[in-house]
Design a protein around this ligand. Structure first.
Ligand code: GLC
Length: 409
């Protein structure tokens, strides 16, 4: 069996993390399979994939198409319209797009894959256009199709060329079903995490030093929001929740991460978030660590991991990672994130964008170390039962073997 993965970006965000883990799981289960990865942009993903695939190729998108990636990744609401107008211009743009498609088609034909697995809207579209007749095409959806109304129209148009869809949650799958109709097979495969990396034991980090704060005493409860700076990830809700806590609460917040995709307007800047912390009077309680390569070590240094997305989260890898690390997790309870936790058993939840509700959950946890420990233990257990990579490997193999063979027959 020959597999070809197509990914638009070279940065490693959630969808790319899930892709790397999926490939590693498939590789482990079927070492003899030939695995290729083709990227539309150079970046750290190429280097990280090198050890697990047979060949990584970068076929850089023409600048116009590259910008489409930024717009649609970073902000759902403005991204959809901008994204589609880029697509339309791209499609009608003549020379550069036509030559890109030609090049991509030629490269794919030379690889001659049995299965093409696309990971991101632009590659879903390009994969459908360039797919050789004998290859199966799987669209792996990591985001809501409905969040991009115009793009979804294009996907509907191209859906007869797609063999099957894999969705990262039931919620994303149901949305795709509503948008694309029920002629196409849609299968939910929940993401998984590397349980040995996201583990309660392992190296930690000095988050205070990273965040420019004086060392905290050993009783201080540490709360972290681990996310890119995309506006819908809820940084303001997090800061507002801190402003609503009783000022005597011995608690510190850490904003872990930075702006990953460079799109004007769709991400917070550090300066903006620091100003918000000052305005809310919480700056002495908040550390900004910047981008951290080892997010597992950052999580181990926390007592509480917060997920605060203000829009329904398609999946929410950080939730699964926080649980696997054995931390008390507070989840914004909407979308695919609802499928990951059982409230009060292995996580606490709050309503998206509701800073009062989040503050209540934080106050409860800050005051109750036994509750934190109980949720952390239950979270780890859930992660072991539901977010194990071998499960993803098994489910993907089942798809590849069935669809790849059927397409080749
Ligand atoms: C996208 C989604 C996120 C999910 C990730 C991996 O980034 O927005 O919710 O965790 O893909 O599937």
């Amino acid at each position: 069996m020959k597999l070809l993965y197509l990914n638009p970006l070279g940065q490693v965000g959630g969808a790319e993390r899930a892709l790397l883990d999926t490939i590693a799981a498939v590789r482990r289960a079927r070492p003899a399979w030939e695995i290729h990865l083709l990227l539309g942009q150079d970046g750290p993903l190429a280097a990280q994939a090198k050890g697990i695939v047979d060949q990584v190729r970068v076929l850089p998108f023409p600048p116009r198409l590259a910008r489409l990636g930024d717009a649609s990744m970073a902000d759902r609401s403005i991204g959809s319209l901008q994204g589609m107008s880029f697509i339309l211009r791209f499609v009608t743009d003549g020379a550069s797009s036509a030559s890109y498609i030609r090049q991509l088609r030629k490269t794919i034909a030379s690889i001659n894959p049995d299965v093409i697995h696309t990971n991101g809207f632009k590659m879903h579209v390009l994969g459908a256009w360039t797919r050789p007749a004998r290859a199966a095409l799987i669209w792996h959806l990591h985001d809501y199709v409905s969040s991009r109304p115009l793009t979804s129209r294009l996907l509907r148009l191209l859906s007869p060329r797609c063999t099957a869809i894999v969705a990262n949650s039931e919620s994303v799958g149901a949305d795709a079903r509503r948008q694309l109709g029920d002629r196409i097979e849609i299968r939910t495969i929940l993401n998984a995490v590397d349980l040995s990396r996201f583990h309660p034991d392992g190296p930690r980090m000095d988050l205070d030093a990273l965040g420019g704060l004086p060392p905290a005493d050993s009783e201080t409860v540490r709360v972290g929001l681990v996310a890119t700076f995309a506006r819908w990830k809820g940084h303001l809700t997090f800061l507002e929740a801190f402003a609503r806590l009783d000022p005597t609460t011995n608690i510190r917040g850490y904003i872990v991460g930075g702006p990953l995709y460079e799109t004007e307007g769709s991400q917070h800047t550090l300066v903006e978030l620091q100003a918000a912390a000052r305005r809310l009077g919480v700056e002495s309680k908040i550390g900004f660590t910047g981008f951290v390569a080892d997010s597992a070590a950052a999580m181990r240094s926390l007592d509480i991991v917060v997920h605060a997305s203000t829009a329904p989260e398609p999946f929410g890898l950080v939730i699964a990672e926080g649980m696997a690390t054995g931390k008390a997790v507070v989840v914004s309870f909407a979308g695919g994130a609802r499928e990951l936790v059982t409230p009060e058993v292995d996580a606490l939840v709050h309503q998206p964008g509701d800073a009062d509700d989040l503050a209540k959950a934080l106050a409860r946890l800050a005051a109750d170390s036994a509750l934190r420990a109980r949720l952390g233990r239950a979270g780890r257990q859930t992660a072991v039962e539901r977010f194990d990579l071998t499960r993803v490997g098994r489910q993907m193999l089942e798809c590849y073997e069935r669809l790849g063979r059927a397409a080749a027959a």
